[in-house]
Write a protein that binds this ligand. Structure first.
Ligand SMILES: Cc1cc2nc3c(=O)[nH]c(=O)nc-3n(C[C@H](O)[C@H](O)[C@H](O)COP(=O)(O)OP(=O)(O)OC[C@H]3O[C@@H](n4cnc5c(N)ncnc54)[C@H](O)[C@@H]3O)c2cc1C
Length: 461
């Protein structure tokens, strides 16, 4: 450690992922001195093992689909092979450029990067490599890890997203255990790259946290893409040989494939870090906080994947900003979890914000809720792209839109407007007069609101 490294800060942050570095940058903007403890690379899961590399793979997958399907549009091309070395080089190039930019920001914002494994050793202290650092405020932001199931060892051909992202070949076939966001994204990539894919999901639907129409729509789309899935059935065991994996399910089915991807969720990375010892309240490894992300102990806050709720990078960013502003004496508005946009980047994409129809009915009462689906069949740009799907709106009768749920290629790009509509509690009648450019997929958002406001234009009654 250089002699000049300070030992005492206004704010010390444990973990430099999305939540941690956002807190660091905002706090330093607000004039606080900040120490950021990171044992690996600033940027965390999202930049190095999550959002960014997976979306690069999904883009390469889209290019593969375009090459394969070119003839449909009169562009005759053949897809010869996927060169994973080049795919990985492209993916890593994106990550490296962003990482360099982020390291530059850490320096520019004068955030003191303390490299090494940190543990909480007091209500105002973190120890790193035998050195004790103190601060008036502490933010815990140690993120998450890929979970497995009891007795299911991650080794060889049985992998999580961490190993799957490093693969230097395309598997000829894959079983994906877990049909949540990470599972369906990898299934989508591998199918586009030419693999036979089967998803196994214990719950009755793929992307089970979404409005049921999105789950069913994605299941139909995956069936058309010949991505297999087994729903409502539990994993029993796996046998691994030199040439593949044999997965048995509780209903007696045995599936064979080249690899098994275990995508059964992410657990909080909190064990052995001194949290409980300092009195931080925990539930199954997650850190419990109030709505202001305070742990209830001294000036200790928590952000990101260790706090129960949606495990998304932009939630971590916003929580980091929120906590930094709170510590600096501002009074930011608490984050409304339901209004955090959610995008699953498989093909077709799934995107939503706000309440599902069933949740809205539970909260507002069955008679007080109205829903409408606008089919992308009536949307020019979607026809041009050759995508099927829909936008579903959920509103309180005579009241605001409380949920927007979308399925179709590229619909994730529509989540920005959807988010404004839900967060600003717009009524369909407020959105209907807003002009949506023609021909864009965004027009479908306008059309859906026109229809819900009782004046559909390009929709059959
Ligand atoms: C395959 C995959 C795809 C994903 N895709 C998306 C997506 O498209 N969009 C999206 O919004 N989210 C996505 N996510 C989720 C997203 O990556 C996480 O929600 C986000 O990274 C959480 O941020 P965080 O700051 O809580 O934790 P992390 O990003 O996990 O950061 C925690 C950091 O803390 C460090 N750390 C932990 N313990 C210590 C310690 N004791 N001492 C020092 N340092 C420590 C770690 O090294 C790490 O850098 C994806 C995740 C995965 C795995």
């Amino acid at each position: 450690m250089p002699e000049s490294t300070p030992r005492s800060f206004d704010l010390l942050i444990l973990g430099g992922g999305s939540g941690g570095y956002a807190a660091a940058f905002r706090a330093s903007q607000l004039g606080l001195t900040v120490g950021l403890v990171e044992e690996s690379k600033v940027g965390g899961t999202c930049l190095h093992n999550g959002c960014v590399p997976t979306k690069a793979l999904l883009h390469a997958a889209e290019v593969a689909d375009n090459a394969r399907d070119g003839a449909k549009y009169g562009v005759n091309a053949t897809l010869d092979s996927i060169d994973m070395a080049v795919v990985n080089e492209y993916k890593q190039g994106v990550v490296d450029r962003l990482y360099k930019g982020l390291q530059g920001l850490v320096k520019a914002r004068k955030v003191e990067l303390i490299e090494g494994h940190g543990t909480l050793v007091g209500p105002d202290a973190i120890e790193v490599r035998g050195e004790r650092y103190t601060a008036k405020n502490i933010v815990l932001a140690t993120g998450s890890y890929a979970r497995s199931l009891p007795g299911l060892e991650i080794t060889g051909r049985v992998m999580t997203s961490d190993q799957a992202l490093q693969m230097d070949t395309v598997p000829s076939s894959a079983i994906v255990l877990g049909g949540g966001v990470i599972g369906v994204e990898f299934a989508s990539v591998w199918k586009s790259f030419g693999a036979d894919v089967t998803i196994v999901e214990a719950l009755p639907h793929l992307v089970p946290n979404e409005d049921e129409v999105l789950s069913k729509g994605l299941e139909r789309a995956f069936r058309r893409r010949k991505i297999d899935y087994k729903l409502g059935v539990k994993f029993q065991g796996v046998e691994q040989t030199d040439s593949g994996v044999k997965v048995s399910l509780e209903d007696g089915t045995v599936l064979e494939a080249d690899v098994l991807l275990v995508s059964v969720g992410r657990g909080p990375r909190t064990s052995g870090l001194g949290y409980e010892e300092q009195g931080v309240r925990m539930d199954r490894g997650f850190v419990l906080t109030d709505e202001r992300l305070h742990t209830g102990v001294a000036n200790i806050y928590a952000v990101g994947d260790i706090v129960p709720g949606l495990q998304l990078a932009h939630r971590g960013f916003q929580q980091g900003i929120f906590v930094a502003e709170t510590i600096a004496g501002l009074s930011p508005q608490p984050i409304v979890e339901a209004n955090i946009p959610r995008v699953t980047y498989c093909e077709p994409e799934v995107a939503s914000v706000g309440l599902t129809e069933s949740k809205a009915r539970e909260i507002h009462g069955d008679d007080a809720v109205e829903a409408l689906e606008y089919n992308l069949g009536g949307n020019g740009k979607s026809q041009i792209l050759g995508t099927q799907g829909f936008i579903k709106l959920v509103r309180v009768k005579n009241g605001p839109v409380v949920g927007v749920h979308m399925l179709g290629s590229r619909v994730g790009e529509q989540i920005g407007e959807a988010q404004l509509i839900v967060s600003w509690e717009a009524h369909p009648e407020d959105v209907a007069p807003l002009i949506h450019a023609h021909p864009t997929q965004n027009e479908a958002m306008g059309e859906a609101h026109l229809a819900l406001a009782g004046k559909p234009l390009h929709a059959h009654d």
